[in-house]
Design a protein around this ligand. Sequence first.
Ligand code: TYM
Length: 337
Amino acid sequence: KQRILTGITTTGTPHLGNYVGAIRPAIAASRRDDTESFYFLADYHALIKCRSPEQVNQSTREIAATWLALGLDADNAVFYRQSDIPELPELSWLLSCVAAKGLMNRAHAYKAAVAANEAAGEDSDFGVTMGLYCYPVLMAADILLFRANQVPVGRDQVQHIEMARDIAGRFNHHYSSGDNPLFVLPEAVVDDQVAVLNGLDGRKMSKSYGNTIPLFLPHKHLRKHINKIKTNLLEPGEPKDPDDSTVFQIWQAFATPEQTAAMRQAFAEGIAWGEAKRQLFELVDNELCDARDRYEQLLGHPNHIEDVLQQGADKARAVGRPFLEQLREAVGIRPLR
Ligand code: TYM
């Protein structure tokens, strides 16, 4: 069986980019008979970016409710919170001891933070922490503890999966015996059509850019957000370039191939931006409206969400713990008592 694993950092409210890049493909994959799915809430990762305990907590509940509302079957998949798995930080340390520092220096997220920090100078209020620097190692632990072979992610996370492969390869090289490698080398699974969904301003949709369209906005607000998507000044009747348009890109992520072809044609014929956005709103709203109702209901039952996550943690640890024992033994540390 293929083992699929992915996570979402619990800062802020999930947005359309998270949905098309990670959650939707992951839920579809969890329904196949030939797969086992491990999906989790990356709340240790959240601490790197967010120092508001209330926000981390709230976001964890929201993201959990999002997965469940969108149809993740928690009996079938293993659905858990990263911080409920103490084996993860322990494995992260074992991996840190083989991960090359030069590899970490090349991480895009780290390089961007160093540049931003230098640009901000005295005004920088966050600085570059060890947490940020070690982020890819913790992420490698997330993946490797469960010997996942497929990791569905957006394009922005591909480098991190490659780092996990590199770290796994080094560990295997040092510690595996014969042709029985300890770690499985994971592969990123990127849906090319929606590898990076753009946000309101045309840059990658991202919590850090403040340009997101949250997934479960009430109708009226969803319409308002979609109306705010930046467009060029072409008038109705003037042909528009679909491949240079966020409206079209989001359309494509939600539409059937026939609907996409029809919209491409409408762009060539000069559809007005207002009309294109109206149709986009209908399409997105239609796909999400039932899940939005379930989401609102679930948020009213935090104890239920907690129960689901605890059961998930038990299942995840039943897999992770014996494997960590094996890894401890492989590096020469006494077995756990
Ligand atoms: P995060 O929380 O930034 O994003 C969660 C998932 O959503 C995808 N994504 C997008 N996809 C398409 N278009 C976008 N605009 C867009 N924005 C975000 C991301 O690629 C990601 O798949 N470090 C990870 C969380 C993590 C993880 C892991 C993922 C921790 N450990 C192990 C996989 C495996 C992160 O911060 O994702």
